[in-house]
Design a protein around this ligand. Structure first.
Ligand SMILES: Nc1ncnc2c1ncn2[C@@H]1O[C@H](COP(=O)(O)OP(=O)(O)O)[C@@H](O)[C@H]1O
Ligand code: SF4
Ligand SMILES: [Mg+2]
Length: 358
């Protein structure tokens, strides 16, 4: 039996406890084997994502932040099943049933590859320069649907117009466009299958500051017009603050904090979040923090050889002896907030200064 939108119902797990939930990521792990020698014997694992659990609610923009190398892209690539996760579940509720995306084979995944799309950072490498815009944008329709001919052309034009470009542009090649226009084409390519969930991976990071806000505003308008849900992956907190409703903070493959965006920025509960915020450049000099900035010393720990205890302890200005050997669990602290720090309740951490951010 097929539903009207072509999805095979696959009842796998109990219904979502919360009717607003679109995706539940549960204990997600993505380990990459480190191999050695011609026989490829496994020396160890890069634990890029290690036991990550979070929900994405219908219609929200959920931010996923953290320094480079913390596992954000890997989470996104697991959800779109560019990777088959090592372990864990990704329960998707988009068509009224629940399916575990982690457990599906390539055939079963097809409808979900239409439903869940990813936008990558670099509009230069993510478009094929040898194909006109039409072929670039229609690729997913060719691979994932039976839509062809004039209907396909109409769908591509509709997507191109939605992102603020002209329909006749579909005959041109990517090199004819500016960076901002190319990113609009990349967005059109994601939208052409009428997705429900779009994973934006550093979607504006490669753009000039002057056009960053335009593309963010476009994404926000599209979310409203098309009832989209976004997972917004970014290392840039000012962008996240501008566009997100809730934020999940990752450090070395794990979640260290999750909170509604304003609460997180007003009062972070994890020292890593505080340090990240302290490094956000404040553009308006009137809002610049008079107090000394917290410097985030050192590098992100190596996920194939993480520190003992709390992974953040070698860089944490509040670390105590306990932090060296006891791993803090991610726990609820009320107000829709979660944090993984032994001292979350005692610490008085400094939030970001309110001001113009993008
Ligand atoms: N395909 C891969 N093979 C091995 N290691 C990888 C692979 N992809 C990512 N990693 C490693 O996993 C960690 C997380 O990477 P990534 O998800 O790209 O982080 P982020 O997007 O937060 O910068 C990094 O240490 C990275 O080097
Ligand atoms: S558990 Fe300890 S080291 Fe980790 S963030 Fe909290 S205070 Fe810092
Ligand atoms: Mg990344």
């Amino acid at each position: 039996m097929m539903t009207s939108n072509g999805h095979s119902p696959q009842p796998l797990a109990p219904a979502a406890p919360n009717p607003n939930v679109l995706l539940q990521v549960r204990d997600l792990k993505m380990y990459f084997a480190i191999t050695k020698g011609v026989f490829g014997s496994v020396k160890g694992y890069v634990k890029a994502v290690d036991n990550v659990t979070f929900d994405v609610n219908l219609g929200e923009t959920l931010g996923l932040v953290g320094e480079s190398g913390c596992g954000k892209t890997t989470v996104g690539r697991c959800i779109v099943r560019a990777y088959k996760p090592t372990a864990g579940q990704m329960l998707y509720y988009g068509d009224g049933n629940v399916v575990d995306l982690a457990a599906l084979n390539e055939d079963q995944l097809k409808p979900y590859r239409r439903d869940i799309r990813m936008i990558f950072q670099d509009p230069y490498s993510s478009l094929n320069p040898r194909m006109p815009v039409f072929e670039n944008v229609s690729e997913a329709l060719v691979n994932l649907t039976n839509i062809r001919g004039s209907e396909m052309e109409d769908r591509v034009k509709e997507a191109i117009v939605r992102v603020g470009l002209r329909p006749e542009y579909i005959r041109r090649f990517p090199h004819a466009f500016s960076g901002g226009e190319r990113q609009r084409i990349v967005i059109a390519r994601a939208l052409v299958t009428n997705p429900k969930l779009v994973i934006c991976d550093e979607a504006v990071a490669a753009l000039d500051v002057s056009i960053r806000a335009q593309v963010l505003n476009l994404l926000e308008r599209l979310r409203q017009e098309l009832s989209l849900t976004y997972l917004f992956v970014s290392h840039d907190l000012s962008v996240v603050r501008y566009i997100c409703d809730r934020v999940v903070v990752m450090y070395v493959g794990r979640i260290v904090e999750a909170a509604p965006v304003n609460d997180l920025f007003r009062q972070p509960k994890h020292p890593y979040t505080e340090a990240l915020m302290s490094s956000v450049p404040i553009q308006n000099p009137r809002h610049r923090n008079k107090e000394a900035r917290i410097r985030l010393e050192g590098e992100v720990a190596d996920p194939s050889n993480p520190p003992t205890g709390c992974y953040f302890h070698p860089r944490c200005r509040y670390a105590q002896e306990r932090c060296r050997h006891e791993t803090p669990a991610l726990r609820d602290i009320g107000g829709g907030r979660q944090v993984a720090c032994h001292f979350a309740e005692e610490l008085e951490l400094r939030g970001a200064v309110l001001g113009d951010v993008v």
